[in-house]
Design a binder for this molecule. Structure first.
Ligand SMILES: C[S@@+](CC[C@H](N)C(=O)[O-])C[C@H]1O[C@@H](n2cnc3c(N)ncnc32)[C@H](O)[C@@H]1O
Length: 283
């Protein structure tokens, strides 16, 4: 990607201070929706089983990171809990977990656990009691209006808010493949840096921690990789060139599966403390 230089580039104003980061986020979500269609809950119903199988095999730095904040007396809300990727390992370390998840396909995969309450609703309409910690992992990418979403997280958090996102694009071969086939970059999703700038704009001063994203996208064989990319690329898919690209870019694993990784991908958390009076922004 070519980067513009501020001096003499024709860019007007200061790229940090002259941008409305909330509007920028909205623009990213709308531009992507215009290309791929608007985000619907049933999309998550459709992918729930594959998603649960994929996350079960991934390293997850969030769990180690959040460990010092856990105790047997602590409660947590997981906003957009998905198939229970974090609910399941965190519940035994906590007093109670409220898992908010609008997709029934995802909810069905959350096991019954004595100290977990599953709430079938989207975040803005969910009735949830306050909790010590409020977490949202990989949810904000398609949320057009992130500020009310974040404000509700703050309103219900007694101690700390955590938002976990990639600071890069999804680790999936269809992302570079789309560009290889069309010559044009795919409209990108918002990422952690966009969120940090938006939070600063709305008066939150979060701590930021990031790690290399070791996500491995795995396919049983070339046909499944081609199907997954065809699904995502729609009319931009080209059978001959697409398969050729996949043969060149997927790696063979010892178990015979094909994998795709991205050494430049990054994942991270922004988190901030809420004081007893719910004054935001203390790290
Ligand atoms: C990529 S999955 C992430 C699931 C889980 N947090 C994880 O890290 O594996 C995104 C989840 O967010 C949920 N979601 C999307 N929009 C939401 C909203 N407005 N309120 C609550 N959950 C939402 C989806 O249904 C989906 O299960």
């Amino acid at each position: 990607m070519e980067l513009a230089r501020l001096s003499g580039s024709g860019l007007r104003g200061d790229p940090l201070l002259s941008v409305d980061w909330e509007d920028h986020w909205r623009h990213l979500v709308r531009r992507r929706a215009a290309r791929f269609g608007r985000h619907e809950w049933n999309q998550f119903d459709r992918i729930a089983r594959n998603y649960a199988a994929a996350v079960a095999r991934q390293a997850d730095p969030l769990l180690e990171f959040i460990e010092p904040f856990l105790s047997p007396g602590t409660t947590l809300i997981d906003v957009g809990a998905g198939s229970g990727r974090h609910v399941v390992p965190l519940a035994p370390r906590l007093k109670h977990v409220f898992a908010v998840e609008p997709s029934s396909g995802m909810r069905e995969l959350i096991p019954v656990i004595a100290n977990v309450t599953v709430i079938g609703a989207d975040w803005l309409s969910a009735g949830v009691p306050p909790a010590d910690l409020v977490l949202s992992s990989h949810v904000l990418y398609a949320i057009e209006e992130p500020v009310p979403f974040i404000r509700k997280m703050e309103a219900l958090a007694r101690e700390r808010v955590f938002i976990y996102l990639r600071d890069s694009q999804p680790v999936h071969p269809s992302v570079p493949l789309a560009e290889a086939l069309t010559g044009e970059p795919t409209p990108r999703m918002p990422q952690l840096t966009d969120l940090y700038l938006l939070l600063r704009q709305i008066g939150v001063a979060p701590a930021v921690v990031s790690w290399p994203n070791r996500w491995v996208q795995r396919f049983p064989d070339l046909d499944s990789a081609a199907t997954a990319c065809r699904d995502r690329l729609g009319d931009r898919w080209d059978e001959r060139r697409g398969r050729g690209w996949l043969v060149d870019h997927l790696e063979s694993a010892p178990d015979g599966s094909l994998t795709f990784t991205d050494p430049h991908s990054v994942v991270g958390v922004v988190h901030w403390q809420l004081s007893p009076g719910n004054q935001r922004g203390r790290v």
